[in-house]
Design a protein around this ligand. Sequence first.
Ligand SMILES: Cc1cc2nc3c(=O)[nH]c(=O)nc-3n(C[C@H](O)[C@H](O)[C@H](O)COP(=O)(O)OP(=O)(O)OC[C@H]3O[C@@H](n4cnc5c(N)ncnc54)[C@H](O)[C@@H]3O)c2cc1C
Length: 288
Amino acid sequence: MDYHSPASFAEASALAINATGITRFLAGGTDVLVQLRSELVTPDTLIDIKKINGVHDITRNSDGSWTLGVAATGAEMSDHPELGLDWPGVVEAMDLIGSTQVQGRATLTGNLCNGSPAADSVPAMVAAGVTVTITGPEGVRDMAVEDIPTGPGKTALAKGEVISAINIPARGENGGDAYLRFIPRTEMDIAVVGVGVNLRLDGDTITEARVSLGAVAPTVLLVDDAARAIIGTTLDDAALDALAAAASGACNPIDDKRGTIAFRTEVAGVLAKRTAKIAYARAKGEQA
Ligand SMILES: Cc1cc2nc3c(=O)[nH]c(=O)nc-3n(C[C@H](O)[C@H](O)[C@H](O)COP(=O)(O)OP(=O)(O)OC[C@H]3O[C@@H](n4cnc5c(N)ncnc54)[C@H](O)[C@@H]3O)c2cc1C
């Protein structure tokens, strides 16, 4: 196996484009190294991106948006004094991943690029409208998070492309986000359903919303019907019921020992209601 630790994303991209066989980027390694040790995936080329300048930085930009380095860990996100005030849903989704030890290494980037339909941070990022910056042989481009996963274990990244930054929008006024997942036990399990909701209020009325579902389809879902069900409402019972119906209606889950199709579909509606209520309370400043 060839191991590289490039000093720039351009160098990382060039290494990847010239590599043959299986290539993996090494961010936290909590997927890559587990897959390697269990002989599920043995990369021919491992490109460690942690030596690149700024990859642990968490920066609030002058317009209020955030730029996160691709190796910023869950622990670094949770410890940041302001990120969680703006985007509690994104931070709590990342914070659900693994144990304290895993939190010290795991990243948003790795969670996204591993391509698991059950990845916890991905629905929260989609709801928040997060984009990623990609460095590749053709230059640098931005892409919405919802466009990155193309199927279990697959992404839209072309050979030689590496994510070089995570971009979270400015929070703005009267907004709130939240993420909830259902797992069969209280810790260290894979989401059977995950829901991210992000919304903005004018007074008590929802003016903008994004609703995202994880673990109920081959890729994360951005459910426009679910957003439409609550926009223009005060999240009354009728709106919540319409939200639940839209969320359940969007599901196309697998049937396995962790949850039947019927169960996942039902839980998606229930969790969408609960998540929206938390996001709404946060937008009103009533809940941390
Ligand atoms: C004990 C344990 C518990 C876990 N619990 C959960 C859980 O509850 N929820 C959950 O969602 N996940 C969980 N995971 C999975 C894992 O921790 C997460 O997916 C984590 O966020 C991966 O991040 P990483 O930085 O470690 O990724 P890595 O292992 O470094 O990389 C993962 C993938 O991303 C690619 N990649 C990394 N960086 C880049 C880049 N810059 N550009 C392009 N591709 C890149 C790699 O090539 C690889 O394919 C758990 C893992 C363990 C070991």
